[in-house]
Design a protein. Structure first.
Length: 279
């Protein structure tokens, strides 16, 4: 199935990607939904698990609050729940051409403030395994995106336990660069103890202002620190993002050259994170 990009659906084992950040306000949910939009256009069957208690991904994916079984309840009953029975269809599918809707798949495990009960620093090892247990044996999807809260507390570590790789979202500022460096060290230590299969962490830089000398300097610093872990292209500051998310729209369906350029950037990022495996 092709939802409009000319690309093919990835087949094989489902890929689980945690979208994380140590610092709030860097656009983590924007990156999650941008990747979801790119996956939808690529024909990938995608599930977004909204672990952030603010549940912004749920809203951005055009899911009404109150629909579905929220993620905290599923985590509490992880070994007895079948996640596929509790997902909610994204309203984005209604924006596709009619001939593509029947084959497209973009579902959401909805978030809510109740998930904050798991977001504590002293989370127990058995709780770390809850999401992994919930997703074990999951079929019918090519990609799972885990939208985490902006911290390294319980929910983020629950996501890392289940993930194949982590994407850290950063912005080109002193505090974000320092926070990203700390997060990368934390992920390395975490993977050694709890998830040896966790792949190499990738970094997506968001909200870049091309006219800022400070941003230019921080980007050079990030290139020196992260080398090929730093994904390109970087995402420039875009005034349309708030409007796109407020309308609960996929960036690939938003009109205009500015949105088209942003959509193409997410296409490139997705290919680097989850390369197609064949026709």
């Amino acid at each position: 199935m092709d939802a409009g990009s000319g690309n093919f659906r990835m087949m094989g084992r489902v890929q689980i990607v945690s979208v994380s950040s140590l610092k709030g306000g860097v656009g983590k949910t924007s990156v999650t939904t941008g990747l979801a939009s790119a996956a939808l256009m690529r024909g990938m069957r995608t599930l977004v698990v909204d672990l952030d208690p603010h549940a912004d991904s749920t809203t951005s994916l055009a899911v009404a609050r109150g629909d579905g079984t929220e993620v905290a309840q599923l985590l509490r009953n992880a070994r007895r729940s079948r996640v596929s029975e509790h997902v909610v269809r994204s309203g984005w599918l209604d924006l596709l051409p009619p001939e593509h809707r029947s084959e497209a798949r973009l579902d959401v495990v909805v978030g809510s403030a109740l998930s904050s009960t798991f977001d504590r620093p002293d989370i127990r090892p058995r709780d770390l395994r809850r999401l992994k247990a919930l997703l074990t044996g999951l079929t019918g999807y090519d990609l799972v995106l885990l939208d985490c809260p902006p911290s390294l507390s319980g929910l983020t570590r629950i996501a890392w336990s289940a993930a194949d790789q982590v994407v850290l979202v950063a912005e080109p500022s002193l505090f974000s660069v320092a926070g990203t460096e700390r997060a990368m060290r934390a992920i390395r230590l975490f993977s050694q103890e709890f998830n040896p299969g966790l792949g190499r962490t990738k970094v997506v830089v968001n909200r870049v202002r091309t006219d800022s000398t400070e941003h230019e300097f921080r980007l050079f610093e990030m290139e020196s620190l992260y080398h090929d872990a730093l994904l390109v292209p970087v995402l420039e500051e875009d005034s349309q993002w708030q409007q796109i998310q407020g309308a609960a729209y996929p960036v690939h369906r938003w009109p205009g050259d500015q949105a088209r350029g942003l959509a193409e950037a997410f296409d490139q990022l997705l290919v680097q994170l989850v390369p197609p495996t064949g026709d």
